[in-house]
Design a protein around this ligand. Structure first.
Ligand code: NAD
Length: 320
């Protein structure tokens, strides 16, 4: 494929940059409907399993093996029409740097990562009118090398980073719908991004510090109120940035998660337990930084930011 053509009658070549839980899910679903997809990752064991056995994809639609290309950044050999960035937020720069010679002038780059600042990070590698940002509520878990599972429904919303519209963006949404995903362009997606950040800033950080599941928050005096305080703080910053966020909606989804996600360990806690870095800087960290610029107090969000940093630092400090 070359980067010259994203015309409606051609199937764009897609590069999933970061092929963990989400990259593998999206890549697998796209490959199943005939889209040429390459998974690009640095996890050698995962890549080897996919190359050997195909991707083991388990959704509510059943279990199957999907054959698709999977390689390290060094082994990419052509310019894709679309790059979907699905690394954790703090790995975006390094990942894009690893494939920089394959980012063409016409290549679109989409981020559905959690946290704030994803579009700005990508803009260091591509023009803003080629970058799309958004969010997804589709869930995915990497259950082992070459094995991804996703259960339940989710949606995908995105827009161009510079707010512009064009046919290629529409075709991108149509491509994801073709793979069975609930996808639409939403010029107001920043509101949804911030609402998700509020949800994650509260639940991910508290669970990471407590090393407990989401439902434990509801059984612990004061913990649920702390989660809702964080939601209110984050949404106050979002409102100061001009976004019409819906506090009732976010509070309701936080309370629903506390009441129903029994035993669920958020990804941030899973990362700590696996010895991986967390996305805390792109979530609580970015909120606190923006609050500071606007003189908004975010004491609970700031406290959890410091505590998660301590958890990460403690883990990496050699014991005496
Ligand atoms: P993950 O940790 O499962 O996958 C990230 C992958 O990126 C890993 O396989 C890792 O090896 C790879 N990677 C790291 N550095 C790289 C590099 N330099 N080059 C290429 N690959 C590199 O994470 P995930 O759960 O798939 O999440 C990805 C993003 O989507 C995150 O921002 C997350 O918050 C967001 N998200 C996740 C879910 C979910 O349910 N898992 C849902 C919505 C949004």
């Amino acid at each position: 494929m070359t980067n010259h053509d994203t015309a409606a009658d051609t199937v764009p070549r897609v590069l999933m940059l970061g092929a963990g839980a989400m990259g593998s899910l999206f890549g697998g679903l796209l490959a199943e409907v005939g889209v040429p997809v390459t998974l690009v990752d640095i996890n050698a064991t995962h890549l080897a399993a996919i190359r050997r056995d195909g991707l083991r994809l388990v959704t509510d639609g059943g279990e199957r093996r999907v054959r698709l290309d999977a390689c390290r950044p060094d082994d990419v050999h052509e310019t894709p029409d679309l790059i979907v960035v699905f690394t954790k937020a703090m790995h975006t720069d390094a990942a894009l740097d690893g494939i920089r010679r394959w980012i063409g002038a016409e290549t679109r780059i989409l981020s559905l990562q959690n946290g704030l600042g994803n579009g700005e990070r990508i803009c260091a590698h591509a023009a803003a009118d080629r970058v799309a940002i958004g969010m997804t509520t589709c869930p995915a878990d990497l259950c082992g090398p070459g094995h991804v599972e996703s259960h339940g429904q989710g949606k995908i919303r995105f827009t161009r980073l510079d707010g512009g519209q064009d046919d290629a963006l529409e075709r991108l949404a149509a491509l994801l719908r073709r793979a069975g995903l609930d996808c639409a362009i939403d010029p107001m997606v920043n509101t949804a991004i911030w609402e998700k950040v509020a949800f994650n800033a509260a639940l991910n950080s508290i669970c990471t510090v407590s090393a407990g599941p989401v439902d434990a928050i509801g059984r612990t005096p004061g913990a649920q109120a702390l989660a809702l305080d964080i939601v209110d703080e984050v949404l106050a910053v979002a409102r100061a940035e001009g976004l019409a966020v819906d506090a009732d909606r976010v509070r309701a989804s936080v309370l629903h998660a506390i009441g129903h996600h029994v035993g669920h360990k958020p990804s941030m806690l899973q990362d700590v337990l696996a010895g991986r870095p967390t996305e805390i800087e792109a979530i609580n960290g970015a909120v606190v930084a923006r609050a500071g610029l606007r003189g908004i107090a975010t004491p609970a969000t700031r406290a959890l930011l410091a505590l998660v940093r301590l958890v990460e630092a403690g883990r990496s400090t050699p014991s005496a």
